[in-house]
Design a protein. Structure first.
Lengths: 242, 266
């Protein structure tokens, strides 16, 4: 309790409550907030769209190397984010294995773009989405889907009217968890996407930068991020963890 | 349901973790001095541009003082000053700008035995293949150049901005900045890896490790900035005597090492 509570208490004490409104509505913070919301929402959406078919395959089908794929999916969860950033640069940077190709053929350089920030956030939040969706699919009573099929429903209809609605809680969990993780992403972002206001400077990067120059602002933004984290946990508990 | 709880638990582990992995690789100073005079650990916080030179000086100092371990904490001077002012147990502080030494002196625990020990110039570096075709300082302000400099507050970042100002290209150059790096070494990394077209760093940052990957474009003297590096013993140092000896060493035999790395005498 103390381990979690004391840093929180420290932050609360150091937060410039008198100035918090002024700080949080400053240009830097609003820009970072907008960017963070954009990046986290995109990352959560991509994680869901790519994660759903993958979770489906992991639960419903057998294929060689399945154990390996599962391990690979979870890897970003336990990998240091900085390493993730280095890896992303090696893959998608201007001289990366895919990046050099993108650059030579299309003149596209991902590094230092908002796209890179989204990619970094997706990389780290993807496992959470897959795990939550997998849990949902596993807990699903397949007989309900079979029943719908025998009644003449097409596969798409079954998916839309039976599978997805039954999984609604886990889908919501997948989105919320990956969104929250994406929102807090720091290491991979600063390594791969860099730090530029309005383009790649998300809230955690803004905290890091402000800490050197304007500590009040750093603490105020930290409180904002904690408030969002709390809202996520309370929201999840109220709906899914009764 | 249980899976979800586990997920949530793992997330709560992750959230604080991602907040802390950016504190500039701070080294925990463990004061392992057990009263015996044989073992002493000296903690030195140094500007990241000093990484190589101080690494060598530290090894030499340890060689001359058996039983002494020098632990370095390299990072942006502003970040190091903030850590010290927040109570980090640091014995010696070496800053890349007087500003941050002043901050520790006036707003932090205070310092003693302060003196300037080196000077440094700045330079432009570009990747070996020079994708943006940069030939002089004016070219970094050309349209579409991907420029990386250290962030504001970091001495190397402030000096870079000052140089752009001196060259009269402030607005265009700053519009080309694609990333404000956390410290000067991160600028070197961005350019050496070929991600950035150009960066502004200290002359001494073009070390043997990166000479194969980057080319220097000199900044004319009338535009360039000379950085002054102060060093001092931090007032609440655990190892005051040893700290003073280290400062003397930097001002004495260490000068040759600094010169070897391209620093100018103070």
């Amino acid at each position: 309790m103390l381990l979690v509570g004391l840093p929180l208490l420290g932050l609360i004490f150091r937060t410039p409550w008198a100035r918090i409104g002024e700080v949080l509505t400053s240009d830097t913070v609003l820009t970072a907030l907008r960017l963070s919301l954009l990046v986290a929402t995109s990352a959560a959406a991509i994680s869901f769209v790519l994660g759903f078919p993958l979770a489906w395959m992991l639960v419903r089908s057998t294929f060689p190397g399945k154990t390996f794929v599962r391990a690979l999916v979870v890897l970003p969860l336990v990998m240091p984010p900085v390493v993730a950033g280095v890896g992303l640069s090696a893959a998608f940077g201007r001289r990366g294995i895919v990046g050099s190709w993108l650059y030579d053929w299309f003149g596209i350089q991902l590094t230092f773009t908002t796209g890179a920030a989204v990619l970094a956030a997706t990389f780290v939040s993807f496992p959470l989405a897959v795990l939550a969706l997998e849990a949902g699919l596993r807990g699903l009573d397949e007989r309900l889907e079979d029943a719908a099929s025998t009644l003449g429903a097409s596969r798409w209809y079954v998916m839309r009217r039976v599978t997805l609605p039954l999984m609604a809680p886990q889908i919501a969990a997948a989105l919320v968890l990956s969104w929250a993780r994406a929102l807090g992403e720091f290491g991979a972002t600063i390594t791969f996407a860099g730090n530029l206001q309005g383009r790649t400077q998300t809230l955690p990067l803004a905290v890091f930068e402000r800490l050197q120059t304007d500590q009040d602002a750093a603490f105020a933004i930290s409180m904002l991020l904690i408030a969002i984290a709390f809202a996520v946990i309370i929201g999840l508990r109220g709906r899914f963890l009764r | 349901m249980r899976k979800l709880l586990i997920l949530l638990a793992s997330m709560s582990l992750l959230l604080p973790a991602c907040g802390s992995d950016g504190d500039g690789g701070s080294t925990d100073a463990t004061n392992a001095t057990d009263g015996g005079s044989d073992h002493a650990e000296l903690t030195v916080s140094g500007a990241s541009s000093l990484t190589d030179a101080f690494g060598d000086i530290g090894t030499a100092f340890e060689g001359e003082n058996p039983g002494v371990t020098v632990t370095f904490n390299f990072g942006p001077s502003d970040g190091l000053a903030t850590q010290i002012n927040d109570g980090a147990p640091v014995d010696v502080f070496a800053s890349a700008s007087p500003t941050w030494m002043d901050s520790v002196q006036d707003d932090g625990p205070g310092v003693s035995d302060r003196s300037d020990f080196a000077k440094n110039r700045l330079t432009i570096i570009v990747p070996k293949d020079n994708p943006a075709g940069i030939e002089d300082i004016g070219d970094v302000a050309e349209d579409g150049v991907k420029l990386v400099i250290a962030t504001e507050g970091v001495p190397a970042g402030d000096y870079a901005r000052e140089i752009f100002e001196n060259a009269g290209i402030s607005k265009a150059a700053l519009a080309n900045v694609v990333s404000n790096a956390e410290d000067v070494r991160a600028v070197v990394t961005s350019v050496a890896s070929g991600e950035a077209d150009a960066g502004v760093v200290y002359v001494t940052d073009v070390t043997a490790d990166v000479t194969d990957q980057v080319t220097q474009i000199e900044i004319p003297d009338d535009i360039n900035v000379i950085a002054t590096y102060p060093i001092a013993v931090v007032n609440d140092a655990q190892e005051t005597d040893l700290a003073k000896r280290f400062v003397d060493y930097v001002l004495g035999p260490g000068q040759q090492t600094l010169a070897d790395y391209g620093f100018l005498p103070a």
